[in-house]
Design a binder for this molecule. Structure first.
Ligand code: NAD
Length: 481
């Protein structure tokens, strides 16, 4: 497949291209544009031209464009799920059940949301009335990662466009195909040329050209913490808005009074769904000591029974990791864990599933025997690798949970209501799930603290990010002189 850029309402190629590899098989199966400053300048200019018209378009009309794009996603759902599985290595069943329906939902959610987004007024009794306008920012950059490609791409562009901004967006170079397919439906959905542009290429080239462009009004970024820091270094001195959704090292705390089967089943999922490549996956499993051995043995038994297979096979539940480089990085983390004295209870190796032997597969891996300060418990691995640590008291569980530079999400398992509230409030993270995982209501604030990010997405938070408030104060009577 030849992926193309979408600029000013037209699909385009570039002089140089990059190879696109299917991680499930290790084969090159297409090309993507290698865009740079030239393409960014043209997309920015087109977006700038389109901005006054789009900003003045009634919200209901902007919403109708998003709804038509959502219809296109719905109508091509099977094709998109297959494309996501081939491009990313995730099981096609997961893409069909989670990624693609959520992409459609993101578009519809913000199409609806913008029609309910009201501003405030503040009356100064008898003296004046204040009201707040929420104005679109201008041209915004949306940069997304490879782990949930269309899901996170639409999560950014939908509120940006709904709020009246023009967008220059870039999906990950590792998983460009679904954003490309979406871009082929933008014109038919009714977006005027220049309103929604999609560029492809390498982060340090096209991504960097986007975030350093003087006409960009804001940057919405999801990806690694090191990349986020680099982007912040460019954006902050220009006093532009930025939203950063970054890495995590999320704890899953299991108290001895937890519903055992529920905690076990869900912890297996929160550890290994999407091959552990979800920023919200729990990678440090903390278990109260009386339950530790039983929970460990059951989790290891379940993880050992997981079978990796071709992402395109509808029966596959555990697929490939995103690239050869990422696979080697994960295997390097496992080697480091062994050096640190960790005991690998299951997995710890590359797999070569039948029929797709050359693909990039890492077995579900569980490690115990490591202290909280070792690299394995501090660094984000972003693969199917989790550690187990026992704890004795609630205070110790909290101390362990908070003992990282990250603070994205946490999961808490207990049937003690008071403890659930107490511990949840004590965790330094943007999100805490109690007796569940990845249960999402799109109206809630989404994001992390500490090195996991800056700002919040979700619900009206996204509209607040993608608009600038302006206070207008009207005096109600003549000024006394
Ligand atoms: P990454 O930082 O390597 O890349 C993310 C995006 O940024 C890609 O599109 C990439 O091309 C681009 N990019 C890279 N360098 C750039 C630069 N110098 N300037 C501008 N853009 C640049 O991250 P990744 O490997 O694609 O994704 C994995 C990371 O994303 C993990 O750390 C994961 O935790 C994080 N993540 C966070 C969330 C969240 O909501 N907090 C969600 C998903 C993934």
């Amino acid at each position: 497949m030849e992926v193309r850029n979408f600029v000013d309402g037209a699909l385009e190629t570039t002089a140089q291209v990059l190879e696109n590899v299917a991680p499930g098989t290790g084969e090159v199966y297409g090309t993507i544009p290698r865009s740079g400053k030239v393409e960014v300048d043209r997309a920015m200019a087109a977006a700038k031209r389109a901005f006054p018209g789009w900003a003045a378009t009634p919200a209901a009309k902007r919403a109708a464009c998003l709804e038509r794009l959502a219809d296109a996603v719905r109508d091509h759902a099977d094709m998109l799920a297959l494309a996501e599985a081939r491009d990313n290595g995730k099981p096609v069943s997961l893409a069909a059940q989670v990624d693609i329906p959520r992409a459609e939902k993101n578009l519809r959610f913000y199409a609806s949301g913008i029609q309910h987004f009201a501003s405030q007024s503040h009356a100064m009794e008898g003296v004046a009335i204040n009201y707040t306008l929420r104005k679109p920012l201008g041209v915004v950059a949306c940069i997304s990662p490879w782990n949930l490609p269309l899901y996170l791409f639409t999560w950014k562009v939908a509120p940006a466009l709904a709020a009246g901004n023009c967008v220059v967006a870039k999906p990950s170079e590792l998983t460009p195909v679904t954003a490309y397919l979406l871009s082929t439906w933008i014109s038919d959905a009714g977006f005027p040329p220049g309103v929604f542009n999609v560029l492809h290429g390498l982060g340090p080239e096209v991504g960097e050209a986007m975030v350093t462009h003087p006409d960009i009004a804001a940057v919405s970024f999801t990806g690694g913490t090191a990349t986020g820091a680099r982007i912040a270094g460019h954006v902050a001195p220009q006093f532009k808005k930025m939203s950063l959704e970054l890495g995590g090292k999320n704890p899953a705390i299991v108290f001895a009074d937890a519903d055992f089967e529920d905690a076990l089943k869900t912890t297996l999922r929160s550890s290994f769904a999407n091959q552990g490549q979800i920023c919200l996956c729990g990678s440090r499993i903390l278990v109260e000591r009386p339950l530790y051995a039983k929970f460990r043995d059951a989790l290891v038994a379940k993880a050992s029974a997981m079978v990796a297979g071709d992402p395109l096979d509808s029966t596959t539940k555990f697929g490939a990791v995103v690239s050869e480089a990422h696979m080697n990085k994960i295997l390097g983390h496992i080697a480091k864990a062994r050096e640190e004295g960790g005991r690998v209870l299951c997995g710890g190796v590359r797999l070569h599933p039948k029929g797709v032997e050359q693909g990039f597969y890492v077995a579900p891996t569980i490690i115990e025997g490591l202290g909280p300060q070792c690299a394995t418990n501090q660094e984000e691995i972003f693969g199917p690798v989790v550690t187990l640590q026992p704890f004795d008291t609630e205070e110790e569980a909290l101390a362990l949970a908070n003992d990282t530079t990250y603070g994205l999400a946490a999961t808490l398992w207990t049937t003690n209501l008071k403890r659930a509230h107490r511990v949840a409030a004590g965790i330094d993270s943007g999100i805490v799930w109690v007796n569940t995982w990845l249960l999402r209501d799109l109206r809630t604030p989404f994001g992390g603290v500490k090195s996991s990010g800056l700002g919040r997405e979700g619900g009206f938070e996204a509209f607040e990010f993608f608009t600038e408030p302006q206070n207008i104060c009207i005096q109600l009577s003549s000024s006394s002189s």
